[in-house]
Design a protein around this ligand. Structure first.
Ligand code: SF4
Length: 250
């Protein structure tokens, strides 16, 4: 017997409903798998206990003299290495360690100082722009709150987090490429954007470790959990980390 159009419609609705029925448990299973790949509270505490034991007072590697030079160094460091920035700023900060002195130096001479750093033209422009704004709106003093910092030229969320943490001792979580990678590999977060990882970390990192957490994660990513070939054989959290493709000892 041939099917009527209503039979066909009924069959089609029935089949998509049954698909939904089977899809729901599958989505639940996937969600559960993602969750189980995350570290437990006790494991997270142990990760940071070990980082702390190995390096109780981790320091950022960008050289600076005061909050202003820190801000300038962080702006210059986007998509550049800290070592490359330090090389350029050593001489720069001798002649310009305040917004006033930076404006006196001028954009052209500033460009000369930082021309070894990637995107130096745009960065020099931003440094001059933010120095101007600091003088006009903040009496030449770097503000400590996020909104004010993020309103300055060339200053995004990550830069603000670094300055708030290092210069003003606030427990912020600056997520750069290292922190993003390490957090996802280890199982501290499954965030797909820097902001999502930042929010996860702010939520799960135990309070007593929050001040230094981003430094530990950056240094771990820079020297051990490297992007291409993580050195898992000498990693102090190897037995806790959830990364499935750990590198064997050479
Ligand atoms: S075990 Fe390997 S992947 Fe995991 S944190 Fe250590 S270096 Fe990174």
């Amino acid at each position: 017997m041939s099917k009527t159009s209503s039979d066909v419609r009924h069959t089609s609705i029935g089949s998509s409903a049954s698909k939904r029925k089977t899809a729901k448990p599958a989505a639940k299973v996937a969600k559960k798998a993602r969750k189980s790949a995350l570290l437990s509270e006790a494991e997270i505490r142990e990760v940071f206990r070990r980082f702390h034991a190995a390096n109780p007072e981790p320091k950022g590697e960008l050289e600076h003299i005061n909050p202003y030079t820190l801000l300038v160094a962080v702006v210059l460091s986007a998509q550049a290495t800290d070592a490359g920035v330090n090389k350029a700023t050593r001489a720069l900060f001798k002649v310009a360690d305040t917004p006033e002195k930076m404006l006196k130096l001028g954009e052209e001479k500033l460009r000369d100082h930082v021309k070894t750093i990637g995107l130096y033209r745009a960065k020099a422009k931003n440094v001059i722009g933010l120095s101007q704004r600091l003088i006009e709106d903040y009496d030449g003093v770097v503000p400590s709150d996020r909104d004010a910092l993020e309103s300055l030229p060339g200053v995004g969320r990550k830069t603000a987090n670094v300055v708030m943490n290092i210069a003003f001792h606030q427990p912020t979580m600056a997520v750069d490429t290292h922190v993003f990678r390490v957090a996802n590999r280890v199982g501290l977060s499954r965030g797909q954007t820097p902001l999502a990882v930042e929010e996860d970390l702010m939520h799960v990192v135990p309070k007593e470790y929050a001040m230094h957490a981003h430094h530990w994660l950056i240094l771990h990513g820079r020297y051990v959990c490297k992007a291409r070939k993580p050195e898992c054989w000498r990693c102090l959290i190897n037995d806790i980390c959830r990364y499935p493709d750990k590198t064997p000892a050479p």
